[in-house]
Design a protein around this ligand. Structure first.
Ligand SMILES: [Zn+2]
Length: 207
């Protein structure tokens, strides 16, 4: 079976930047499963996988406009320290917040005196992404998966195996760390390869 719309695809991947640094990898988490054609993953990667069959390997180059977008200065904002109330903000902290562009993950970039600089860009915005991928399996999606817009797998993402080991990896499938770039099991900002979370928003407990 070829990868096409309405198939559930499992891939192993390694993601590198222009310098060849590894940004993320499926690695020990095991293959990432997603519903093809449902915007589960970034468009450039999905296009690169389209038409492949199980066992295929490929290098997929994803420019920013087909990945996490260009870096935008408009997503930088200053807020007063007092906005954090009793919480103590620290550089590098991430949190979800409502902005004039909708709900976004904001990263604290700088704290100067009473002024906190927040960056709403995705950490991979503006970057060209180099994926080495291997298609592990391709199967037809179940009707419930099509209805939910994400795969329901027993292993991997939100099921039994393999998640949460990628500490600090920039977001794995099921990272549970607060404010992380978690993928499948969080409702926002999924793993590097994923555009929208799989099991999170519709709920992994969505049997
Ligand atoms: Zn579901």
């Amino acid at each position: 079976m070829r990868v096409a719309k309405e198939t559930v695809v499992a891939i192993e991947y390694t993601l590198k930047d222009d310098q060849g640094n590894i940004i993320d990898a499926s690695g020990e988490r095991g293959p990432m499963e997603y519903l093809h054609g449902a915007q589960n993953i970034i468009p450039g990667l999905e296009q690169g996988i389209d038409g492949l069959v199980a066992g295929d390997t490929k290098n997929v180059l994803v420019p920013p406009q087909l990945g996490y977008g260009e870096y935008s200065d408009k997503l930088i904002q200053l807020v007063p320290l007092s906005a954090f109330g009793a919480n103590t903000p620290q550089v590098g902290m991430r949190f979800h917040a409502e902005t004039n562009l909708g709900m976004r993950v904001l990263t604290i970039k700088k704290i100067e005196g009473e002024e906190v600089t927040l960056d709403g860009n995705h950490e991979l915005a503006g970057k060209t992404l180099h994926f080495d991928i291997k298609v592990v399996s391709v199967r037809a999606a179940e009707p419930t998966e099509l209805a939910h817009g994400h795969p329901h797998q027993s292993g991997g993402c939100c099921g039994g195996g393999g998640c949460g080991s990628g500490e600090g990896s920039g977001g794995g499938c099921c990272s549970t760390e607060e404010g992380s770039e978690g993928g499948c099991c969080s409702t926002e900002e999924p793993a590097a390869a994923q555009k929208q979370g799989g099991c999170g928003s519709g709920g992994c407990g969505c049997s």
